[in-house]
Design a protein. Structure first.
Lengths: 262, 262
């Protein structure tokens, strides 16, 4: 049995961050798939690992670690293998700046769209409303109950969605500008910021074709394809089971124009 | 002239984090006080440093750094002086977990109360509504405009305030439990998590006397007083100019009961 067990959903968003970091480091781990649409994350077996019922979580021997960005820094510091943080303090600051920006500002906006158009409808289709309401009532964190109810019943307000759309627009422009300055997002070497960013952005040419495509955002497209071609990324995305992760195939196209990927 | 210039408001919340880290490291710096209630942070001189108009910001030579937690990690990595992060990966993860929890979950709730009861009313008293509205219109980040309007016109909803109160209650219980496990918050040595936490929590016995006092939260009180007694903390809080920072005096009391500090 591997020393590391990772409890994760798809190679996507927060779950994909430690998955891809482990693959890049070449650290063996036991993969424990948590089916979010079956509410595996709120079942007693998993709550015994992480009582807040959020994913991902990782065990390293008897240590339990949560919070995907902090787990990635832990992995890089605790294990040999290619360094995913450069040595210089300025580069490290820039990486952490981008990770904070993505985690706190950009990811929640992407997530709102993902929940509204994928997670919510799929959960209703899988369970029906009554069973779903019962499942939501068992979620430990009140704010996650609110998020699930909003997604399931389509309760995101117009103003909320408009603000999220604005943030996504601003964020994509910032990413494009930054990736015009250097090969990777926040330093001259492949880093945790790139892993974080790929998990957030790999499907952008599909989900935001009017904002991210080869004409408007050539730097982002170059960067996404470069990460997609890495062996670790290939290996990681093989662990996906739903149409969510399968969207990564869009990056096999040499040219993606506005709306062409939809 | 010092190599480092810090643009900060009071030793409080985000501004106080790099201030106190610099003092602990013994790194000399030029202090540039940004008077938030005079909207110094939105004036052209400061926007030339940080175009988003948020504080704090730090320059190190020609580098401009923002985001208080990332700046603290930068300071610890770029300068000699006492290490503010321990060597072990597990401790480092725990520190980052707490900093994320405080920055993303707890601080916004504290901040909502601070804005409603201190920043908003003081800004109206200082400027009058018309001048204030004009100043708000010049704020670069739309979400900061929203926050200012809410604070100034008392627009935080009952539900929002109740959710913030709930988060503060939960957060204080978590802090108390954690500080029952060891001397400092997230590792056996004084670290960035303690600096982060002190800036968030030093005035809790005054602002939340029903939740944080010597009877209910003896571990938190022991911890706050221990940080308050450090020479760097004394030196740092001397830079405060308003009643906000002066609240730290509460920690000179040997016993603080429920309501006694109010």
């Amino acid at each position: 049995m591997a020393e590391i067990t990772l409890y994760h959903w798809e190679p996507n968003a927060n779950s994909g961050k430690p998955m891809l970091a482990l693959m890049e480091k070449g650290v063996p781990f036991t993969s424990h798939y948590i089916d979010m649409l079956q509410f595996d994350q709120h079942k007693p077996e998993y709550l015994a690992i992480n009582r807040q019922g959020t994913i991902p979580a990782m065990t390293h021997g008897d240590r339990v670690l949560v919070e995907s960005t902090a787990i990635m820094e832990y992995l890089d510091e605790a294990f040999a293998g290619p360094a995913l943080m450069p040595a210089g303090a300025r580069d490290r600051w820039r990486i952490r700046w981008w990770m904070k920006f993505m985690d706190q500002w950009l990811a929640p906006s992407f997530s709102m769209f993902g929940w509204k158009f994928f997670v919510g409808p799929n959960a209703i289709a899988a369970h029906g409303k009554d069973a779903l309401e019962a499942a939501i009532g068992r979620i430990p964190l009140p704010e996650r109950q609110v998020a699930w109810r909003k997604a399931v019943y389509g309760l995101f307000g117009e103003e909320e969605m408009a603000e999220s759309a604005r943030r996504i627009d601003v964020g994509i422009r910032m990413l494009e500008a930054e990736l015009g300055k250097r090969e990777w997002l926040a330093s001259d070497q492949y880093s945790l910021a790139d892993i974080n960013g790929f998990n957030l952005a790999y499907a952008m040419p599909l989900s935001q074709p009017h904002l991210a495509n080869d004409d408007l955002t050539p730097n982002i497209m170059r960067w996404l394809r470069a990460i997609y071609r890495r062996p670790a990324t290939r290996e990681c995305w093989k662990l996906g089971r739903t149409p969510m992760a399968a969207r990564v195939d869009i990056l096999e196209q040499d040219y993606i124009g506005q709306g062409a990927g939809a």
